[in-house]
Design a protein around this ligand. Structure first.
Ligand SMILES: Cc1cc2nc3c(=O)[nH]c(=O)nc-3n(C[C@H](O)[C@H](O)[C@H](O)COP(=O)(O)O)c2cc1C
Length: 606
């Protein structure tokens, strides 16, 4: 961690904040604002305090470790695309022809020995200072409360190490951990994750599960923790592959779990599979709060640390945040692995304002009828890719996947009802719009062929279209059109909702000749002139089965918040917004320097 901080300093990628900053909201708000800027930097807070606890901490806090593409490449030691190339080569190893090729292959295989973690019986640097039994106190660590309505402080960059019941498999997952008191943590491993799978085996066997949480060390550990490795594969193998050096592990003091010897802080303990406690709420990476739910609890038996540890934390919420850069690296590294299931895949993107699993755009070579539709099902069936709610497939002639303007033109010229599949399946445990927990609608759009031959719409000005709409339905408040030159002009319509949107959609069908894709959003909390945040809102708020109305040449998308009016039976969560008074205080103290326009652009305060 210290080496990374030095490297960041040398390259101008770090800001040191020497003023006292509170771990209760202030620190997270500063990091949240910083990483939304262009050329955003990692932040080292040297004087963390807690006014609530009347405490000053003697350990600095590092946030926004993955604050940019540059920082991420520095942590990887190379470009994530280069790692993808190495993986691709390994996946396609052929028997060598000729002596030189044999030597080359031998060298490659020899290098692979560095992939495997090495266990040592010695104590690690991370065990220089030991607190056991009555000395254990989670409040001695500068653990942040990141959002105003959070259920408490959460460890947000914890590497959670576990092992299978029979001890043959290890797992590293990145899950948030709520601090309940000085010796208990909530284990937020969601139902689909490997940590949860291990937990269920311990529960079935009626045995306590050993867990060790590590914080800090090489930042690549935490990236490995969030990487969607197949079940049963230890994520530190990726570390070995990327770094070309064996991860060096030492045993925890009070349980059998091995952790990297160079991490900064280690929290060891046991999870009793019969004990659950309410976890949350927590301002999540969807930009919404996830609501209270019961999760398992870890009883902490020991905390160890380096002599001079650095505490590492992140803040998740509305995009863009540091998970944008972590997600970008994941997307690049996992491309060759995804190709093993979908061989004609050329490339894919998961834009951060699509909240990763809510929007994917994939480019592919088309070889036969229904090929894109076959891919949709393949994606919805593969590991964590199966969480994807909305998938657009484009052909090899499509513009580059990160040229969003040109790409959206290409897509909109190919949207027709017959190219759309609405299905259902597994979705992320955090998804709030699905009618039931972790299961909901899926949208797949095949834009690989240009078979859309409808007459062009008669485009009229926003004001005129709005007047026509207002005359047809009272809920409609404002309107903005996008991409009117494509075959699928979009009308974003804000509403003061008094009824289900299907009724509004049915009432306004006579405007069909002027527009094709109608997107309904609530007037409150949405700016219809801010497409970046609109995309975030729309893909978060829809369940394809319930909220997309398909009629040839007239497609409705209901991205409003749902309630009883819509037959929605769950609790709809609120947006994660910064506390305005905290932001003002940070501005007044000169710790953050952003204007109202910036705050509005990313909808930072309510
Ligand atoms: C910043 C961040 C926070 C995350 N928090 C959680 C979490 O609280 N719970 C969870 O299940 N997954 C969380 N994830 C996603 C997991 O880390 C990811 O799905 C990982 O692959 C899980 O590993 P596993 O399948 O080995 O358990 C988070 C990811 C990131 C980038």
């Amino acid at each position: 961690m210290k080496r990374t901080i030095e490297l960041f300093k040398e390259r101008g990628l770090l800001k040191v904040i020497d003023k006292e900053v509170d771990i209760d909201l202030e620190m997270a708000h500063i990091a949240y604002v910083e990483v939304k800027k262009e050329n955003s930097k990692a932040l080292l807070f040297t004087k963390p305090v807690s006014k609530k606890m009347g405490k000053k901490f003697d350990m600095p806090v590092l946030m926004n470790t993955f604050a940019s593409y540059k920082a991420t490449e520095l942590i990887f030691g190379t470009k994530p695309d280069d790692i993808a190339t190495t993986i691709e080569e390994l996946l396609h190893l052929k028997p060598p022809k000729g002596f030189a090729k044999k030597i080359e292959l031998f060298a490659k295989l020899f290098e692979l020995r560095k992939v495997f973690p090495k266990r040592s019986d010695k104590k690690g640097e991370c065990q220089e200072v030991v607190f056991k039994g009555g000395e254990v106190d989670l409040y001695s660590l500068p653990i942040l409360k990141t959002w105003p309505e959070d259920g408490g402080p959460f460890i947000t960059m914890g590497q959670v190490y576990t092992e299978s019941l029979d001890g043959t498999k290890q797992n590293l997952g990145m899950y948030r951990l709520q601090v309940y008191d000085k010796e208990r943590l909530g284990m937020h491993w969601q139902i689909h994750k490997d940590g949860a799978h291990f937990f269920h085996d311990y529960k079935k066997a009626g045995k306590k599960m050993p867990v060790t949480v590590a914080i800090g060390g090489d930042p690549l550990y935490i990236w490995c923790g969030q990487a969607p490795m197949p079940n049963g594969m230890f994520e530190l193998l990726l570390y070995g592959l990327i770094k070309g050096e064996n991860p060096k592990l030492v045993k925890s003091i009070t349980n059998p779990i091995y952790i990297p010897s160079d991490v900064d802080i280690v929290i060891e303990g046991w999870v009793d599979p019969e004990k659950f406690e309410v976890e949350g709420p927590f301002g999540d990476h969807t930009g919404y709060y996830t609501l209270k739910e019961p999760y398992p609890v870890m009883d902490v038996t020991c905390i160890t640390q380096k002599k001079e540890p650095v505490y590492q934390a992140t803040v998740v919420g509305k995009p863009p945040l540091e998970d944008k850069y972590m997600g970008w690296a994941t997307e690049r590294v996992f491309l060759p692995l995804l190709k093993t299931t979908a061989p004609d895949l050329i490339d894919y993107r998961m834009p951060e304002n699509g909240v990763f699993h809510n929007l994917i755009i994939a480019k592919m070579d088309i070889r036969y009828p229904g090929h894109a539709k076959q891919f949709m099902h393949a994606f919805w069936g593969v590991g964590q890719m199966s969480f994807v709610k909305h998938a657009f497939f484009v052909g090899s002639d499509a513009p580059a996947l990160n040229s969003y303007e040109e790409l959206s033109d290409y897509i909109l010229d190919r949207v027709s009802v017959e190219n759309i599949i609405i299905s259902e399946g597994v979705c992320d445990a955090l998804d709030h719009s699905s009618p039931s927990y972790a299961y909901g609608g899926k949208l797949g759009v095949d834009c690989t062929k240009d078979n859309v031959n409808f007459p062009k719409k008669e485009i009229i000005q926003d004001e005129k279209l709005l007047n026509k709409l207002k005359a047809l339905d009272d809920d409609i408040v404002a309107l903005k059109q996008y991409k009117t030159y494509t075959k699928t002009p979009i009308a974003v319509i804000s509403v003061k909702k008094t009824k289900p949107m299907i009724e509004v959609y049915n009432a306004i069908k006579e405007v069909k000749k002027y527009t094709k894709l109608l997107v309904f959003v609530d007037e409150e909390k949405n700016d219809i002139a801010n497409p970046y945040m609109l995309i975030w809102r729309v893909v978060n708020n829809i369940d394809a089965k319930r909220d997309i109305y398909l009629e040839e040449e007239f497609i409705g998308v209901d991205a409003t918040n749902k309630s009883k009016i819509d037959g929605y039976k769950r609790e709809w969560p609120g947006d994660a917004n910064c506390d305005e008074a905290v932001i003002k205080s940070l501005q007044n103290r000169g710790i953050i320097e952003v204007d109202d326009k910036f705050l509005e652009r990313f909808r930072i305060v309510d």
